[in-house]
Design a protein. Sequence first.
Length: 384
Amino acid sequence: MDFTPTEEQTAAQGLAARIFRDLSTHERLVAAGTGSDTELWKELCAAGLTAAVEEIGLLGLVLLLEEQGRVTAQVPFASSCVYGLLAVAEHGTDEQRERLLPALRDGTEVAAGAFPARGGIRADGEGRLSGSVPYVPWLRDASLVLVADAEHGLWIVRTDGPGVRTEPVETTAPWSAARLVLDGAPGERLGGTGAHEEGRAEATPAHEEGRAYEDRRAREDVRAYERVLAVSRIAFAGLQAGVCAGSLALAVAHTNTREQFGRPLSTKQAVLMRAADAHMDTEAIRVTAYEAAWRRDTGLPYRRQALTAAWWASEAGKRVVHAGQHLHGGTGADLDHPVHRHFLWGRQLDAHLGCGSEVLQELGELLASVEEPVRAAATEEGAE
């Protein structure tokens, strides 16, 4: 394994770090409240960072999301890249890629994802969706939402379409979330009639028995859903690594300057040990996210590694942001202090896409099963 970033990934990470550092300031975050920073989003898209994700891969996206997490920048970067750009690029038909990707690359279209599937959405035979999802992060910013139905079929739904209602909700972190309510809303199946057929005509009901065709399509739906979910878990683990790194950096700065009995707090053994544990937890989140992303980019199985990264992001991330607040003492309880924002993001990411115990159960079941782990689409199809 070699997680050394390529020249393109390093350049994109450096550019992202500069934009996030310069524009996602404490003052701007306070002004944004619980909404997104639309000007920052425009700057990121104008700099080509959203479009670059297709070239720098999932590992490159993880590096960019680390920089976002360091400053808790309130933009739908992870959501639009995972549920829009990467999902359409990997699983969409040629026509869907040609129609949807340009606007997702330049940020004029923003995607959200109703993930993971909780059985709340049903699709009828005509592709009309009904049901509700309690909250979808960044849905208030989105023009498209990728919806997973109860059978794990993936549907693209326009948020301004008929039968679609969004109701703003507030989550622990300020993620511009909303409740999604669908009432016979028209959905466009991602990948067309088959999840990975890319417009090919050889696998249609005319060439296969109806039941066999439906079974095949159901299997493809599940595989596409598992891939998108695995990619999203890796991406959000990268975001959590940045949140934790930012929280720890604030704690180090505070304990180096805050004195007690004439000595900096950082000279106390208990403080040093707490900070060291938080550093090791942050590195564990980072390296597991890097491994999972690298495996996906190189065409290796990555579902188990995605679950491992998600578990570390949930369990270790929770410990780190708690430590960050604790090391700030009374200041950590100040709702206006930047470290509190990292705490809120860390706790939201702890529960997002499955908390630690849920992810651990899923990982155990996967390890005990005989199913092949999810692979990158191109490699798997080539092997078949």
